[in-house]
Design a protein around this ligand. Structure first.
Ligand code: ACM
Length: 550
């Protein structure tokens, strides 16, 4: 497979803006990467949009939409009302103001709810159990907008809806021409699945904290609530572990193609976790064992069965490495790593990989996983593993991430389905549907094609509930869209592979099954184009989508 040897290209001006504003506090909107002119990342002029976007014409499509009456218009006098007794409600209010101020030029003062008559009110109603953990209700009329949720997370998801109802120019970071109208009516919305994830592989190519924050902001727009970070692989170890320092000083010193690599200090990792939390996203750290471990094996000779450290690896083959299963030191190592990473991670999950362990015998794999899975529980976390974990017995409560394809042997599919019937939770990431690094067509410059090519429609047109035959629907916790980076070295590379597939996968995770329909989805997706442009997101203009201006 051709590997991109391109050096990182100089960042676009929009990305420089991001760096200049990085590190904004929890709960405030970052300046993101919006360009300041009226041209998109592809150089095309933004298409004209209707003055009022019809209620609910957003991604993910809401569960219930009732258009009614005239729109609300944001003005210089609009205030944002919050529940002053809730620190998190204030943080969501500040985030919303941070999103809207640069493009509207309005002050959007944040005041107590009662003082926001005629404005946008964020209401916490802890009794409204019908809205669940992330649901919200948005009511818009000429005399005000009210967003109601049971939790601050619900308010945050509702803010994304409010944002998408406004013209795309709202995403720009310089003052734009209004009017800023939100269609009248009511949206009531709750997610289909509790787990709606995306994965970023920071091991094959390293991405800085600011680059990860940019990705987090993209996920937030589509109501994704889980960021899975693939933190270790053959080509690099990306997270500081105090008890094994060479993992990063040596194991983090390169990447695919021989570039400089990098790693996160503990403070930097905590900064990512904090930023994700401010967008109501849970970070799932992954340490991939027992395979995918050259970076660790090269850092510590004693982890190898022959006691000899191999050189660092910068190619893209898989299945060539294994921790030494019979050695006790292997479990001291894994225990230390899990302990230190669990201590940095407020989220529930710790992902232990387990895929493509082709250099580990089956007996060794079973021995290894039987010893390692309990270590995750020992440090208070729930095991997540790639679906090869079903080759042994997943511990109680474990989540299994299925990444098979249509052509995956039936026996393998059935093994995963049987584990689900036995109580394992399922995260669905079918590689020939949800892998964001698969080429769209054979002519796509970046990406890989081992799972086939995955056009936009193919990535959208499947149903998580029935995808894995024999697995009970109740086992499906949700979906995840992995972005592997063997061929992706820059944020421009990430953008053009994630977009426009990511919004469709987010919709599969959020929207009710009965709303699923390619023909209406593709129109809503086309309407996102000026928003991608305003945010400085370069995307693949799939011929399957009726993009504006074509
Ligand atoms: C994987 O794609 N190896 C999980």
């Amino acid at each position: 497979m051709p590997v991109s040897q391109r050096r990182r290209i100089p960042r676009l001006i929009g990305s420089l803006l991001l760096v200049a504003t990085a590190g904004v506090g929890c709960g405030e909107a970052s300046a993101d990467s919006g360009g300041g002119d009226s041209r998109g990342a592809d150089g095309k002029a933004a298409a004209a949009e209707p003055e009022v976007r019809p209620l609910g014409r957003i991604i993910p499509v809401p569960a219930s939409v009732t258009p009614e009456g005239e729109p609300y218009t944001l003005t210089h006098a609009t205030r944002i009302g919050i529940d002053e007794t809730s620190r998190e409600s204030r943080a969501v209010g500040r985030y919303l103001a941070g999103l809207l101020r640069p493009s509207t030029g309005f002050p959007l003062h944040i005041v107590d709810e009662d003082a926001a008559r005629g404005g946008i009110r964020l209401r916490l109603d802890r009794e409204d159990t019908g809205l669940g953990d992330e649901g919200y209700r948005l009511h818009s009329a000429p005399d005000g907008v009210t967003l109601t949720a049971r939790t601050p997370a619900g308010l945050f998801r509702g803010v994304q809806t409010l944002r998408q109802q406004l013209p795309s120019a709202v995403e720009r970071r310089t003052v734009q021409q209004g009017p800023w109208k939100i269609a009248g009516g009511t949206i009531t919305d709750t997610p289909r699945y509790a787990y709606r994830g995306a994965m970023l592989d920071v091991a094959r190519h390293f991405f800085t904290v600011d680059e990860v924050k940019r990705f987090i902001d993209q996920l937030a727009l589509y109501k994704i609530n889980t960021l899975h970070l693939h933190l270790s692989d053959d080509q690099g170890w990306r997270i500081a572990v105090d008890s094994w320092p060479r993992l990063t000083t040596h194991g983090g010193s390169t990447e695919v193609g021989g570039g400089p690599g990098g790693f996160y200090t503990k403070e930097q990792y905590k900064e990512i976790v904090r930023y994700a939390a401010s967008r109501y996203q849970e970070v799932v750290p992954e340490i991939d064992v027992p395979g995918h471990t050259f970076a660790a094996l090269s850092s510590y000779a004693e982890l190898n069965c022959d006691g000899v450290a191999p050189p660092l690896y910068t190619g893209i083959k898989v299945g060539l490495s294994s921790l030494c299963v019979p050695k006790d030191v292997t479990y001291d190592f894994v225990d230390d790593v899990i302990r230190e990473i669990a201590a940095l991670t407020p989220g529930r999950f710790l992902h232990i990989g387990g895929d493509e362990a082709h250099s580990t015998s089956h007996a060794d794999y079973v021995t290894f996983m039987d010893k390692v899975q309990p270590l995750v529980g020992k440090y208070g976390k729930t095991v997540v593993g790639w679906h090869q974990l079903t080759g042994t017995k997943p511990v109680e409560g474990a989540l299994v991430q299925y990444w098979g394809l249509d052509r995956t042997p039936l026996a393998e599919k059935e093994r995963v389905a049987a584990a689900a019937r036995d109580g394992a939770g399922l995260i669905l990431s079918p590689a020939d549907r949800s892998y964001l690094d698969m080429k769209y067509t054979k002519d796509t410059e970046l990406g890989l094609a081992w799972a086939g090519t995955v056009e936009v429609r193919r990535s959208y047109d499947w149903d998580p509930a029935t995808y894995l035959a024999g697995a009970p629907e109740s086992a499906v916790r949700g979906i995840e869209a992995p972005l592997w980076t063997e061929t992706l070295a820059t944020t421009d590379d990430l953008d053009v592979m994630a977009f426009p597939r990511l919004p469709g996968l987010a919709e599969l995770g959020w929207s009710p099954a009965e709303t699923h329909d390619w023909d209406t989805y593709k129109v809503r997706l086309a309407e996102q184009a000026p928003r991608f442009d305003a945010l400085g997101i370069g995307y693949y203009r799939s011929p399957q989508v009726p993009w504006p201006g074509e």
